[in-house]
Design a protein around this ligand. Sequence first.
Ligand code: GLY
Length: 410
Amino acid sequence: MKNFITICCILLPLLSSCKSQSGADSQVKKDFEFASKQLTYAISEVDKLTAEEAKKEKKGSPLVAPRTLDKDGNIKLVASRDWTSGFFPGELWYMYEYTKDQKWADAARKFTDPLEREKTNGRTHDMGFKVYCSFGNGYRLTQDENYKNILLESAYTLTTRYKEHIGAIRSWDHSTDKWQYPVIIDNMMNLELLFWAFNESKDSLFYNIAVNHAKTTMKNHFRDDYSSYHVIDYDTITGEVVHKHTHQGYAHESAWSRGQAWGVYGYTMCYRETQLPEFLEQAKHIANYIFSHPNLPEDLIPYWDYDAPEIPNEPRDVSAATVTASALYELSLYDKANAAKYVKWADTILENLSKHYLAGEGKDGGFLLLHSTGSKPGKFEVDAPISYADYYFLEALLRKQKLEETGKLF
Ligand code: GLY
């Protein structure tokens, strides 16, 4: 009897720790099983739509990737020049990374290759979103030399939007009646392509532009509480700040949720690539701004703007939550003192998304998550599924798994 009690004392704690480990595994597993069914369905729906489009023999660029659902629940496809075109192929690469099943690599290639024409498109800053999420993941997972060349050319194209006397990459060319040289917080995400190009080519042009852009953004985009403006407009001659505006947020002085998410992700990534402590400090401050905000709901899925006037009767932005969750797993590697807190926040986001925000299986166009907000002021994609929310959801799940299994991400 004494022996039996001793064995129980040793085994029971071990069994209960196994149980919690398999609990975490099973969430990632369950979500990837769901993603596998949804994305299989999405591919078949997209294939039908693109076949219909091809029959129409319309002039102009072909439609290549799903972005969202329209008001009638139909899949909205976009051409490669759309800033979201890289996310769907990126999701398929993440499916390949998780499953190691060649069928996902084949599908990912099918949706990645039509984006090649973007490598010379210097008309927006969105190169990283388009090309790094698609070809970048493809290259990381396959070492395909052709993909590497496409990425290097794309990175070079992005550098042509940089002006030394401003110290930042110009984000948009549109709305010249409003802005001279608009730089948006989202642009931080596209620096990852430049850091990648520096690491591959050792050409310091890429590194210097990325670091200068991040420093200029740190200086001019943030308020004292570390919330961020969306659009900073610079004088093209003097390089001085002309306006501090929003485009997709509630007001110029409000904190647009996805902007805060781009910020925390962007500065965490910049710290990874530079080891400059100021970038880590910035990421920590932005994370604290988000998670101490009185308007952040208990489930940690933010409203579309932290200052939206009708909170709690405002739409959420699931995409801001998935970008943030993915960033927090990485931030936990660099800010050890607060690592447990970041992982807990990220885990809570993923758990709540899995429980309450998933799309219907075999429905909703094959998207994974409902309730994102693209642009409330623009009256589009309000409370809708959107491809980039799904992309960062899969990325966050993979990061969760890697951290738990190896303690590393890269
Ligand atoms: N990059 C555009 C957006 O976040 O909506």
